[in-house]
Write a protein that binds this ligand. Structure first.
Ligand code: PEP
Ligand code: MG
Length: 571
């Protein structure tokens, strides 16, 4: 007979968010409300319309209140959900369905399903918003039926929450004292669940196929650093995970300060920002500047190109927060999942491979000129060291075009993002013309592995640990070292602490990430020398897959740190 502590383990793999670890019993998110009956209404259409309007309005208010309580980017996400409940087109659709005899519940249900299908058919960023819409629909129907909206369970003990995908309203308000970790079966690395989990430092593995087969009460180990969920771990595995947790708790925090390797080599740690709201957080968490300011996020809702004055005011606020520090501003990266109506006028079958980034800007050069002029004006009235870069550059000719235009308009440091394999492979020539390169590993991974970065079904391909991606990063690092030009990393890969060490080994000279990730990356860099980082990079490059690369580096790192530990103890 198998002893009770035998290895009965099996695992699930998904995309880990952050590097947290948790052990605990599973609690599954309850099933959604049943579909409302399609039996004809017994009330008058006007009475049903009043019910529907009241429930939509009350749901919008409820969601906004949750947003106010949650704050931060959760508030933005929840405000967007409240807007869905107030959408006039949707309300008209609900009323039309009521006019044809439906109850308010059924009309709401059908109208939201139709809207959801539309979003799903659009795919990408819009497709990922479908979960948000389902959640709003359930809340409105629950309100109409006078029952509680299905939400996060509230047992009297800590637990690991398992769900298909969480609605933003649920993720935003998770009780962090009780929810040890989050596992979802759906949702890609850029779903709202992932974004909010990262921001709130919730241990999470998203897109873990098979998660819904976990039973309530089952013990799991959730390791976000590897994306692995161990089901029914052996006693030894559980003890090891708990020991690691205790060790991490006891480890002294690396004080907020400049990023550096154990040998003292400086690796400046910068912030990725998409608005000026997070400036204070970035500064508090020790950002040494800004490595990526996503200017397109400022104008996603705008239907006309922003004026020079309007942009200048925003850039001046940004630059003013970093006197004497480097601030890398990216020219508008419009297209694919971030369309700007004034730059992307033609529908495209494959927008990620279309007129995106610098290609779209070039097709509207006056918009690019205005942006660069606004930035040069803002630089003139602030003390920041402004660097400007172009998104989605794929040729040497595009590099020359952008760099010379930026200089003509008064900017002194101009570079390019390396996001497509072509520019990584020709990095030596591109860097001969550009002042610096910044590697966008999100897009570089999507284009190298041919896997849509927003699609949960191909999430396993979107792994920047893949040796093919790392080899391309190494090409850029080598070119940067040969030409003495800085090479930054500003994709999500830089926020993965162990991978950040590997990226330094591949030649990255700065790392930029969301402010929430700075502390963990700072701590990890401080544990290894550049020489060790290079050894890890070699190990990762010689692996056959992302999984092997990660495993090889983790194992080398842990044997290094345990031998250092043993040495220190015997001294
Ligand atoms: C990237 O592609 O890695 C990047 C930083 O740019 P974005 O995520 O905005 O496309
Ligand atoms: Mg990109």
């Amino acid at each position: 007979m198998t002893p009770s502590h035998a290895v009965t383990e099996s695992t699930l793999t998904g995309v880990g968010i952050g590097r947290g670890l948790a052990v605990g019993p599973v609690i599954r998110m309850p099933d959604p409300l049943p579909e409302p009956s399609d039996a004809p209404s017994t009330l008058t259409p006007d009475a049903e319309k009043v019910r529907a309007a009241g429930a939509l309005a009350a749901t919008a208010v409820d969601i906004r209140l949750r947003g106010d309580r949650a704050g931060g980017s959760a508030k933005d996400v929840l405000d967007a959900q409240a807007f869905m409940a107030e959408d006039p087109t949707l309300r008209d659709d609900v009323n039309a369905r009521i006019d044809s005899g439906r109850t308010a519940e059924r009309a709401v249900f059908e109208a939201f399903v139709q809207f959801r299908d539309l979003l799903v058919s659009m795919g990408g960023y819009m497709g990922e918003r479908a979960t948000d819409l389902d959640d709003v629909s359930q809340r409105v129907v629950a309100h109409l039926q006078g029952v509680a909206a299905p939400g996060v369970p509230d047992p009297d003990h800590p637990f690991v929450l398992v769900a298909r995908d969480l609605a933003p309203a649920d993720t935003a308000l998770l009780d962090l004292e009780k929810v040890l970790a989050l596992i979802t079966s759906d949702g890609g690395p850029t779903s709202h669940t992932a974004i909010l989990a990262r921001e709130k430092s919730i241990v999470a593995v998203v897109g873990a196929r098979g998660a819904l087969s976990l039973d309530n009460g089952e013990i799991v180990i959730v390791d976000a650093s590897t994306g692995v969920v161990t089901i029914a771990p052996s006693e030894a595995e559980r003890a090891a995970a708990e020991a690691t947790l205790a060790e991490r708790k006891a480890a002294p925090e690396v004080p907020v300060g400049p990023g550096a390797m154990a040998d003292g080599t400086k690796i400046p740690l910068l912030a990725n920002l998409g608005s000026v709201d997070k400036l204070t957080e970035a500064v508090e968490k020790g950002a040494e500047g800004v490595g990526l300011f996503r200017t397109e996020f400022l104008f996603l809702d705008s239907d006309r190109a922003p004026s020079i004055e309007e942009q200048q005011a925003k850039y001046t606020a940004l630059l003013g927060a970093f006197p004497g520090k480097k601030v890398v501003v990216r020219a508008l990266d419009a297209g694919a999942d971030k369309p700007l109506s004034f730059l992307n006028d033609e529908p495209e079958e494959n927008p990620a491979l279309g007129l995106r980034g610098l290609r779209a800007l070039r097709a509207h050069e006056s918009i690019l000129r205005d942006q660069l002029t606004a930035l040069a004006n803002a630089e003139a009235v602030t003390e920041a060291d402004v660097w400007v870069m172009a998104p989605m550059v794929s040729t040497v000719e595009e590099t020359r075009y952008f760099v010379s235009l930026a200089k003509e308009l008064g900017l002194k440091t101009a570079g390019v993002m390396v996001e497509v394999p072509a520019s990584a492979l020709l990095a030596d020539r591109i860097l001969a013309d550009a002042d610096f390169a910044s590697i966008g590993t999100n897009d570089l991974t999507q284009y190298t592995l041919a896997a849509d970065r927003l699609l949960g079904s191909v999430a396993s391909f979107q792994d920047p640990w893949h040796p093919a991606v790392l080899r391309l990063v190494g090409e850029v690092g080598r070119a940067g070292a040969a030409l003495d030009k800085p090479v930054g990393i500003c994709g999500e890969a830089a926020a993965d602490p162990m991978l950040a060490v590997v990226l330094v080994g591949l030649g990255a000279t700065t790392l930029s990430m969301s402010p929430a990730a700075l502390a963990d990356v700072r701590a990890e860099l401080s544990r290894f020398t550049v020489k060790q980082a290079k050894e890890f990079a070699e190990l990762a490059l010689s692996a056959n897959s992302a999984v092997e690369a990660r495993a090889a580096v983790f194992s080398a790192a842990s044997s290094l740190t345990s031998s250092t530990h043993n040495r220190t103890e015997s001294e």
